[in-house]
Design a protein around this ligand. Structure first.
Ligand code: FAQ
Length: 328
């Protein structure tokens, strides 16, 4: 179903001596840790890779509102409802900063939406899973926001200024999101046996899909090498996945919950947890549009876009009416 909107790269990473003088000067700036700003020269592949990654990131924030929005009307207390509402609004804000960052690269927000709606751009696989119980909202905050932070904290140092700056604010808010999720899990895990069972069930269903958020293993990651050379990505997918497992395993233990992986155990020699790979066939099926909620999620975004047509048309008509007045 998905084909990339823009073919960002496809060839191997060029060494410095294979580059044109302009490309070399650019790479040297990146290597020196300088920030690249919108009006500066950049290789076309760099620009396209950023549009792809920032655009997909923005779409993930917006689509990511849907599984949580599902529970706003059913949150168990007024306080939980207010917190969840604030979190879902934060995600909308994150999407908007990211669309703005993408726009600095010469693509319009409408073009990005169109690519999403036509299946030419992706959003994170995790949002194609349903949130069946209140404990799932805890698991999303704890695991999904936890994985998102692990990936996004290093991006605050990425080479493209507008993306790096957007990440600073986003990361601050994501860490609040992660803590609210963990707090829900604490309540559930220390509640009645039925509540603890719900918490365990949510962990069972969200563990594998959370590991998939980091992308395919390094050997199957098409973009990592070039993106890391350009500091659009600061780490490989497997490195961040391992960090996430190392951080989360003791948290699960603290909650008294069991990560659904019989092979998960501390490896003294490596100084890391050993763990099982998630089901990569399932991951690629979800990417092909065949996850449990792909059609529902995309359908909801398209419906929202169509429902908003009258607002956009009204605003355009008003702007057109005012233009001759402004010229007078
Ligand atoms: N889902 O070569 P790589 C959040 C695609 S924000 C779907 O390794 P790359 C906040 C990839 O696009 C979550 N597609 O790719 C929140 C590529 O396909 P393409 C989003 C995936 O870009 C919380 C192909 O596979 N975060 O959760 C996924 O170097 C709670 C080959 O993969 C970001 O976007 C996936 N999981 O590395 C909101 C962070 N993984 O484009 C609401 C920024 C891979 O060629 C509630 N993005 N693919 O057609 C990144 O760091 C990177 O883009 C990766 C993928 C690491 C996601």
């Amino acid at each position: 179903m998905y084909a990339q909107m823009v073919k960002s790269t496809g060839s191997a990473v060029k060494s410095l001596h294979e580059m044109t003088p302009q490309e070399r000067a650019f790479q040297e700036r990146v290597d020196a840790g300088e920030r690249i700003e919108p009006k500066e020269w950049m290789p076309e592949g760099y620009r396209k890779t950023l549009i792809r990654q920032i655009g997909q990131h923005a779409h993930s924030e917006i689509v990511g509102q849907l599984p949580e929005g599902n529970w706003i009307t059913r949150a168990p207390t007024l306080e939980r409802k207010a917190i969840l509402l604030a979190k879902v609004q934060d995600e909308a804000g994150h999407g908007l900063y990211l669309y703005c960052a993408a726009e600095t690269l010469g693509v319009s927000r409408d073009e990005l939406y169109e690519a999403l709606h036509e299946g030419r751009m992706k959003y994170s696989s995790i949002f194609n899973y349903p949130t069946l119980t209140w404990a799932d909202i805890g698991a999303v905050g704890w695991l999904v926001d936890g994985a998102a932070i692990m990936n996004q904290v290093p991006l605050q140092r990425c080479s493209y200024g507008p993306y790096a700056r957007a990440m600073v604010r986003i990361c601050k808010e994501e860490s609040f999101h992660q803590r609210q999720g963990f707090d829900i899990m604490m309540k559930m895990a220390n509640g009645t046996p039925e509540q603890k069972e719900m918490a365990q069930d949510a962990l069972n269903r969200f563990w594998g899909p959370s590991l998939m958020m980091f992308g395919p293993s390094d050997e199957h990651s098409v973009h990592s090498a070039q993106s890391m050379a350009w500091k659009i990505k600061m780490n490989g997918n497997d490195e961040l996945r391992q960090k996430f497992v190392d951080l989360t395993a003791p948290q699960a233990e603290f909650l008294g919950l069991t990560i659904p992986d019989p092979d998960l155990k501390w490896n003294e020699e490596r100084g890391h947890y050993d763990y099982s790979e998630p089901d990569w066939d399932e991951f690629f099926e979800v990417l092909r549009g065949n996850g449990p909620c792909n059609k529902e999620r995309l359908g909801a975004r398209i419906e929202a876009w169509d429902d908003g047509a009258w607002v956009r048309e009204g605003l355009m008509a008003n702007a057109a009416k005012r233009r001759p007045m402004a010229a007078e």
